[in-house]
Design a binder for this molecule. Structure first.
Ligand code: SF4
Length: 296
């Protein structure tokens, strides 16, 4: 299920749309239903923009349009219950469709970390809703999306999974990730400009992550180059998910104008092949590890 304006339908309050190429690609590869809750609630297009003020959806001219917004949300829920979409992709910041944020009700452009009425209702009823700005791609049943700040604890789990254990060796205790040289991979993640993380999700569960940070880790080459960390749950390795995550992260870094990315990998790790495949080259090595760099 997707917000109709993302599919290019002119249902926005000003008569325009929010056509989104990623959503169009998603719709071409999957069965999709488009919904515009505000139109479905009986509001005309164009219409006066609205925001949620003191719990009531209110138009900029002061009229209360809460009943229409909630009627539209109820219709979307009815449709979702009938069609059981695997995923709902909604337009960011809308008083109806916003998943993570919406405007604060003052019409001043300020945002609050709360959902719009339709997104809220769908999530309360167990539907997986994704803010379109977090959507990267869907491929082979795996959703690749951005990590949200509230989930940053996931990085600890993935970091532990990323520790390379040579064949026959015993896995280290979980508290190994509390060591200072490993804490730098996740502490205060999201607070620095080089912090980016993409998650691969299958059936609502995070099964892999790739993240970057400018940090003084084993793969550090200079203070302008983000270092990579990547991790997949054991059952999801060797399925091409890692390669896809890496490629998507490399394009994201390119979009952010980084010139290169780096990583360190143990020489015996099977992932060396994958890193070479996506464009990393060995620039240095020590007894145990290769230092690799990918020019963007
Ligand atoms: S209600 Fe949702 S689908 Fe309709 S225009 Fe607003 S953001 Fe788009």
């Amino acid at each position: 299920m997707v917000s109709a304006c993302l599919a290019g339908e002119n249902c926005k309050y000003n008569g325009g749309n929010n056509r989104n190429e990623k959503v169009l690609r998603l719709m071409a590869d999957n069965e999709a239903i488009t919904v515009c809750p505000e139109q479905m609630g009986g509001l005309p297009t164009p219409r006066v923009p609205s925001e949620i003020k003191d719990g009531l959806v209110t138009a900029k001219d002061g009229r209360i349009v809460d009943a229409e917004f909630r009627a539209g949300a109820a219709k979307c829920l009815e449709l979702a219950l009938q069609e059981q979409p695997d995923l709902v992709v909604l337009q960011s910041r809308s008083p109806s469709c916003g998943v993570k944020q919406r405007y604060d009700g003052t019409f001043s452009g300020r945002l609050v970390d709360q959902a719009g009425v339709t997104a809220q209702l769908l999530m309360e009823n167990g539907f997986r809703c994704l803010d379109v700005e977090d959507l990267i791609t869907i491929h082979g049943g795996f959703l690749i999306r951005k990590l949200s700040i509230e989930e940053s604890d996931l990085l600890k789990d993935f970091l532990y999974q990323a520790i390379f254990i040579p064949q026959g060796a015993e896995a280290p205790a979980r508290d190994i990730i509390e060591r200072p040289e490993l804490r730098i991979y996740y502490e205060d993640f999201g607070s620095s400009p080089g912090d980016h993380c993409l998650v691969a999700e299958a059936a609502g569960q995070a099964v892999g992550a790739v993240w970057t940070r400018i940090m003084n880790d084993y793969g550090h080459v200079d203070d302008e180059t983000p270092s990579f960390a990547i991790s997949l749950l054991p059952d999801y390795r060797n399925k091409g998910i890692g390669t896809r995550l890496m490629r998507q992260m490399l394009s994201l870094l390119k979009e952010h104008a980084y010139r290169q990315a780096s990583l360190a990998v143990q020489k015996a790790n099977y992932a060396v092949r994958m890193y070479k495949e996506v464009g990393f080259e060995i620039i240095d090595e020590n007894e145990e590890e290769f230092i690799m760099v990918c020019k963007l």
